[in-house]
Design a protein around this ligand. Structure first.
Ligand code: ADP
Length: 400
């Protein structure tokens, strides 16, 4: 069965199209004028009923059968709340014209088929049928109405395809998020247990040689890294399903930075972290999440700089005094324009570092969400091979 063309049946103009196109199909196949007129009139009778009572009908002109026996069919389908019968006027006349007529309906869906066998003398074969389809695909519109109709249907097909693509992408994304969520939760439990055992063993260090103690220390460090990654994965999945929550309290920002830097200076003894903190102020923030942002920015500054390369953290009030600006400045690898444009995207990592530095590209994505959820902004200025400065702002609650 091959559909040669179809026409949606919405209004009177479509009735004209249905008649003229049915005639044309008959003409292209080689039917006599009388036969094609009979066919087109029967099609019009059924199409008229569909148009009169609904605006959802569709006419399909079809060639069915196999070489050398073919039939020309018209199928009209539509949905309607009222009840129709095969004996109703339009259908009755169509059946008189084309006795090969079937009337089907289930609940409110109707399907009416009418057709005629095509004589062998028309010499129809598969390639001619394909040519016929191509002809009607490319044929010029009969009038301005059909032109607009074609354009609309092209546009709605494109929209449909785009919507389908978006739907599929969303589905894939949801599956990925679900996997991340399940995987990170499954990893968390055994990791917590491993970490607890390592702590227990480290507490018994008098019973081991220095070498074993060193191995345990390394194990502890690597487990902490693994646990950090697991937490990042969990944060990403919380961000995706909107369940990242904040316990906001008033935080004295300069004090908070000083405490965090003190801790981090022990973690990163290879780089000196200096501070130049401006006007003291309080911000409304979740301390755990704020620490996460500072740790991420300072950790990256260390990770993407040479050992001994200095790192500076500064705070300053914005011009209008309603925001505090925090800067984390390094003189490390810096990054390209492309990096600057994408650095806060999920899982983005610069190619230049992906082989040499470990990481999953989640830290800045999470930090940017935390900052924006606190009512601030985050951005970076950077020059390749010279260093980077990360900025983030937070609304000032009050000056101290
Ligand atoms: P990760 O460090 O785990 O890859 P992040 O989201 O924290 O994840 O950082 C994303 C990417 O941004 C890093 O892979 C790196 O390419 C780049 N980057 C981040 N901070 C810096 C920095 N201070 N200097 C140079 N590149 C950086």
């Amino acid at each position: 069965m091959k559909e040669i063309l179809n026409i949606s049946l919405e209004n009177e103009m479509d009735l004209v199209l249905a008649h003229r196109r049915s005639m044309q199909v008959g003409e292209q196949i080689g039917l006599t004028v009388a036969t094609r007129t009979t066919f087109a009139t029967a099609v019009s009778e059924v199409a008229r009923t569909a148009i009169e009572y609904t605006d959802n009908g569709k006419l399909h002109l079809i060639i069915s059968g196999n070489f050398p026996r073919y039939s020309l069919y018209a199928r009209v389908d539509f949905k309607a709340d009222q009840v129709f019968r095969a004996s109703d006027e339009g259908f009755f006349y169509a059946k008189k014209l084309l006795p090969d007529f079937t009337f089907n309906n289930s609940s409110n869906a109707y399907e009416i088929e009418m057709g005629l066998s095509l004589p062998r003398s028309l010499k129809l074969d598969e390639s001619r049928i394909s040519m016929l389809r191509d002809f009607f695909n490319q044929v010029d519109p009969l009038n301005a109405y059909e032109k607009i109709k074609k354009q609309n249907s092209h546009l709605s097909r494109l929209t449909g395809e785009q919507e389908e693509e978006i739907r599929m992408r969303r589905e894939l994304d949801e599956k990925k998020s679900e996997f991340i969520s399940v995987a990170s939760h499954e990893l968390k439990t055994p990791l917590t247990v491993i970490k607890a055992y390592i702590q227990m063993l480290r507490a018994l260090k008098d019973q081991y040689s220095e070498k074993v103690a060193q191995v345990l220390e390394k194990l502890d460090l690597q487990t902490t890294k693994l646990s950090l990654l697991t937490h990042q994965l969990m944060d990403v999945s919380k961000m995706e399903n909107g369940s990242l929550q904040y316990d906001l309290v008033e935080v004295d920002l300069n004090d908070f930075i000083q405490e965090t830097v003190m801790i981090l200076s022990n973690v990163y003894p290879g780089n000196s972290i200096t501070m130049q903190l401006g006007t003291k102020c309080r911000v409304m923030a979740d301390p755990m999440r704020l620490e996460q942002v500072l740790t991420n920015l300072l950790g990256n500054a260390v990770k993407y700089s040479a050992r001994n390369s200095p790192i500076q953290i500064e705070t300053d009030l914005s011009k209008d005094n309603d925001h505090i600006v925090v800067k984390v400045i390094d003189s490390g690898l810096g990054m390209s324009e492309e990096g600057i444009a994408h650095i806060f995207d999920k899982f983005y990592r610069l190619k230049a570092v992906s082989a040499s530095h470990p990481g999953l590209g989640m830290g800045l994505y999470i930090s940017s969400k935390i900052v924006s959820d606190h009512g601030g902004e985050i951005w970076v200025e950077s020059v390749l091979n010279e260093g980077s400065t990360f900025f983030f702002t937070l609304p000032v609650q009050n000056l101290v």
